[in-house]
Design a protein around this ligand. Sequence first.
Ligand code: KG4
Ligand code: ZN
Length: 345
Amino acid sequence: MTGGTILGIETSCDETAAALVRRSSDGSAEILSNVVLSQISEHAAFGGVVPEIAARAHVEALDGIVRAALEDAGATLDDVDAVAATVGPGLVGGLLVGAMTGKAIAAARGLPFVAVNHLEGHALSPRLSDGIAYPYLLLLVSGGHSQILLVRGLGDYERWGTTIDDALGEAFDKTAKLLSLPHPGGPNVEKMAASGDPKRFSLPRPMKGEARLDFSFSGLKTALRLVAEANAPLSDGDVADLCAAFQLAAAETVADRVRRALARFRDEFPGLANPVLGVAGGVGANQAIRAALLAECMAAGARLVAPPLVLCSDNGAMIAYAGLERLEAGLTDPLDAAVRSRWPL
Ligand code: KG4
Ligand code: ZN
């Protein structure tokens, strides 16, 4: 069946988000609205996401965000054919708010409910943005995850690599904290790096050259801390140079893993004319990392599909889209579907 119009709800971390996505008659997916409310200011004073504050903020905001998603699309609940909500992985308090709201709308309107894995939302976002075909490689780099996935089909994922310690976004955030830059760290490190000299300080490239496709970022973070301590007190110029050195090390590390993954992908799918690397997760917004990935893809004869920034970081459209594909495959969930703090793909 073709899925019609899906309302997607995302509340797994610190973004309250809702969106409407429709399968058009030509087979493409159309984002009718995509409303994201970031809780950054609520958590800024604490230097990270506070789960209890996040859950309360979702309670206060979600009804209005769903209403805004309907209004932006010029729609009412009469136009919605199914409801999808993130039920994991993530912070349980927030997941409960989104899942219960989604289920309540589905129950009240007699609509199918789809319980979506947040990581599947990220994994399918290059299909939402660019309509690419299965199979493809996905680099997921967010605050909670750093993974290289083979996306063979809906629900058919093979994890080729993951981080053995920190996620890449987490490493950006910890670097920012260490250098007294405001939360969230990633965008602020990138901003400072723009005026820094990436070559002044030398930092390690963890796992570079290793055959396995895993990541490790805690050694990079420790090396940065030691350099920062050795050069204290830090001037603004020092901070900019450290940010630039960190960003370059991160980009080269990711590029090295991706180079190997693309080679393996080619070995596994030798007949595939146009191999694709998709990018997802908030760190995918980083221009230096995007540039490094583009260079690797060009060298490997692959296509880089990096969705617009709003589809890289957490959003409701990716959840609505994952719900749409699931609905079309006949995969709906009962209204007692549980939320899950941990849920590997
Ligand atoms: O996917 P996302 O919005 O949320 C989840 O973690 O699921 O990713 C947020 C992460 C944060 O760690 C943030 O610092 C990082 O993505 N990030 C960036 C940039 N923008 C966001 N990291 C590096 N450069 C950026 N421009
Ligand atoms: Zn995410």
